[in-house]
Design a protein around this ligand. Sequence first.
Ligand SMILES: [Zn+2]
Length: 154
Amino acid sequence: MNNWRFKLMQFMQGRYGVDPFGKFLLYTGFVLYIFSGFLRLRVAYYIGVIFLIYAFFRILSKNHSKRFKENLKFESIKAKFSKPKADGGRGSRKKWQEAQARQAQNQQSAAADDTQFYNYYRCRNCQQIVRVPKGQGTVKITCPKCGNSFTDRT
Ligand SMILES: [Zn+2]
């Protein structure tokens, strides 16, 4: 009897799921929620709860391209914060370069887009980004990398 599992799968069909921004919201929200209890910080508690609610809203969201854009923004902000110090501490240089490369890639995909004409979807199977022209109604989208297909509105 895997009825509840089937129902859960149906419920999650077409929903966005967790991305790096989602993970950040979940972890930060959870940490704030826990520590606000010890520190008796009401503000931290509220921020934690808001982060968690927002994280779950994003996981269950069906607006993939909007969530995807939020994550791009998050990645670019994160890259700014991970710049190395002037003395170039151990390992940070490489990390920074990786972040820069990632940011460049993000900007490239954002520039090549544009979201005016295309929607972006993330393959649930392999995380590959799939670009689909807008305004074609509900279409079957097939991931070019792993062949996994799903339907969505464009
Ligand atoms: Zn795939």
